[in-house]
Each structure stands twice: as C-alpha cells, then as structure tokens.
Design a protein around this ligand. Structure first.
Ligand code: PLP
Length: 355
C-alpha cells in the first residue's frame, strides 16, 4: 500500500538507493566486535575526521549513541541539563534515568532552543543536599523546535560557560548535516564545542541503519564497552557501514534539495486557512504544522492527506509533522503543496466518516 504513497512521516523512511545497495553488497566485512571489520573502521575514521574528533564508534541507532554519551559523562544521581523538547529527554524511553540512573532538568528555552540565559543559574551548589550537575545536552538541528538550527554563537557561549564550570557537553547531532548544509557552518566547527557528538546516517542521509558517536580516543574506548553492554556490538556490520560511507560521499550536499522541498510545503501551509507553522519559519527538512480547530483535528487532516496519497505524522491533537527526504522529489513536494492548498473544512470533516 505504501509503495504508491508519498511518505512524509519521517526522514527515516528512505530506502537504500541502487548505488547504495551495490556498495553494501560489495563491502569488505569482518567481526567488528573483534575489531576486524575494515568498512566499519573506515567509517569510524571518516566520521571522526568529519567531526574533528580523535575517534568515533558505529552504533545501531541515534538513541544508543546518545544514551552511551549520557552514560559516559554521568554517574548515578548526577544531573543532566537538557531541552524540555529534546530527543534525549522526550523520545528515548526515559533512558537518562533507566540506563544511567541520572536525573534530568529540562529547560523550555526559546522555542525549544536552550540559551545561556536559561542555564546560568542552573548549576547546583556544592552542598550535600543537591545532585551534582554534570552534563549539558544540546540538539542540532532541533527536531521538536521545528527542525531549526541552533545558532552557533549560542552553542559556543553555552560551551564556554559549561567548560568554565567543569560540565561536560554532548550534542545530539542526529541531523547535524542538515544544520551544516542550512548554515554553511562545518560539522567540525559545531563539534568543537562538545565532548561527544552523535550523528545519524539513517535520517536525511538515507542509510538504512546506523549512527555514530564521536569524541576523544579515550572517551570512545569507554563508549565501546557501553555499546557492548547495551547489546550494540554487531558483527559483519560493514554492510551497514558501507551504506553510511556511501551516504557521506553522496547524500550530504543534496540535503539542500530537501530543504528547498520543505520550503515548498511550508509555503502551502502558510497559504492555507486553518494551518500554520507550529514552530516558526522552516529552516531545514522538518515542517511542524499547527491545525486550527476550525479546520478539524490533526488526525482528520492526516486522514484527508492519506486519502490523497500523502502520509504525515500526527504528533499532537492539533499538531502534524511532515519531513522531506531522499525519496521525495521536487515534483512530489509540489504535489503535496497543491494538495495542502486545496484543504477545506468540509473535506476534512468528511474524514471523520472514514475512520
Ligand atoms: C531520530 C533522532 C534520534 C535517534 O533516533 P533513532 O531512531 O534511535 O536512530 C536522536 N535525536 C534526534 C533529534 C532524532 O530526531
């Protein structure tokens, strides 16, 4: 059924391209837990270089990369300062508490993006009553803040402050390459402000599986221990690393096309009565949409779009998210935009009959 559908639910839905599949089929492999997989080693070196770090480790998911980082930087009872809408806080199953035994202190920030002003007073006193404040987690691009780019100047200021107070810094860079392409700031410029950085190959970059965590050689040596503990030690996973390497070679610059397609859809949202951009202007490939009750519910609008061949995510009673990616062409984005422009309350309310 979904073959004929235009799938805007997430940028994780991409299928490997024929060229990517060839690279996977031809990959040299070995047992990566034993350190024998040459393709994994090549990807880990390439990722470390891209991020300007000494080392990186390949892991099955962005969630695992982030949770390993939290485990590396904290001891049980320590406090993590993070965004109230951040992936590590909201969408990782409570892993901060469950896996690391750490506590989290969430900050709303400006539209979801934490600022130094939020954090200045956040460090707990050195007093036996308090938890030990230990780690700051930032996210770029920030998914639930509308896919926005966290301004580099703000990140630099937070990092400088954190280091002056002996706090560690982790960046959830699931979509860091989207931020790089949108801002022109290089990956290593972002990464220099952090002790560890995660990066997803399975989002806009279009690989089927895989993420990485980068940091100092010593940090990543410790990360391998946590990866094994969490069940993330994979064997002939070079077939996956080959896809990620192919993505880094071929799918980074084209993220600009996804951003342009997102603009096409965002313009249609702005033009349509009853719809608006939930998190302000779209900067990258995510379009968060607020549905006014006069038009219907988010589920009804999604059902209407689905009945016309377009899938979006329902992420709140009145909130939708659409994502552009490798498998959405300019023509398809235009088609989705036209469909959105034609939405009217009567069409949407007819959808209540469908489900
Ligand atoms: C998708 C995502 C992740 C990781 O997700 P996985 O599905 O575990 O790979 C982490 N952070 C953000 C902001 C994300 O959007």
């Amino acid at each position: 059924m979904q073959g004929a559908m235009m799938d805007l639910r997430s940028d994780t839905v991409t299928r490997p391209t024929p060229a990517m599949r060839r690279a996977m089929a031809e990959a040299e492999v070995g047992d990566d837990v034993l350190g024998d997989d040459p393709t994994i080693r090549a990807l880990e070196r390439r990722t470390a270089e891209l991020l300007g770090k000494e080392a990186s480790v390949f892991v099955p998911s962005g969630t695992m990369a982030n949770q390993i980082a939290i485990g590396l930087h904290t001891e049980p009872g320590d406090e993590v300062l993070c965004g109230a809408r951040s992936h590590v806080y909201v969408w990782e199953g409570g892993g901060i508490a469950r896996l690391s035994g750490a506590t989290a202190r969430p900050f709303e920030g400006e539209g979801g993006l934490m600022t130094l002003n939020d954090l200045r007073e956040a460090i707990r006193p050195d007093d036996p009553h308090y938890v030990r404040t230990r780690l700051v987690c930032l996210e770029n691009t920030h998914n639930r803040a509308g896919g926005r780019v966290h301004p580099i100047a703000e990140m630099a200021a937070i990092s400088q402050w954190a280091r002056a107070h002996d706090l560690r810094m982790h960046l959830d860079g699931a979509r860091l390459m989207n931020a790089v392409v949108a801002s022109g700031v290089s990956a290593s410029e972002w990464a220099q402000h952090f002790d560890t950085v995660s990066l997803c190959f399975s989002k806009g970059l279009g690989a089927p599986v895989g993420s990485a965590l980068a940091g100092s050689a010593e940090t990543i040596r410790r990360a391998r221990r946590l990866r094994k503990l969490l069940g993330g030690g994979m064997r002939q996973a070079g077939i996956l690393a080959a896809a990620a390497l192919h993505a880094l070679e071929n799918h980074v610059e084209r993220l600009a096309e996804d951003h342009a397609n997102a603009q096409r859809i965002a313009e249609a949202v702005v033009d349509t009565e009853g719809l608006s951009l939930e998190s302000g202007p779209v900067e990258t490939n995510l379009i968060w949409i607020q549905v006014d009750p006069s038009l219907g519910t988010a589920a009804e609008v999604a059902a209407y779009l689905r009945s016309h061949g377009v899938l979006v995510s329902v992420l709140g009673a009145q909130v939708l998210r659409a994502c552009t990616h490798l498998d959405v062409s300019e023509e398809q984005a235009e088609h989705a935009a036209d469909l959105i422009r034609r939405i009217e309350p009567a069409m949407v309310s007819a959808m209540t009959l469908v489900y």
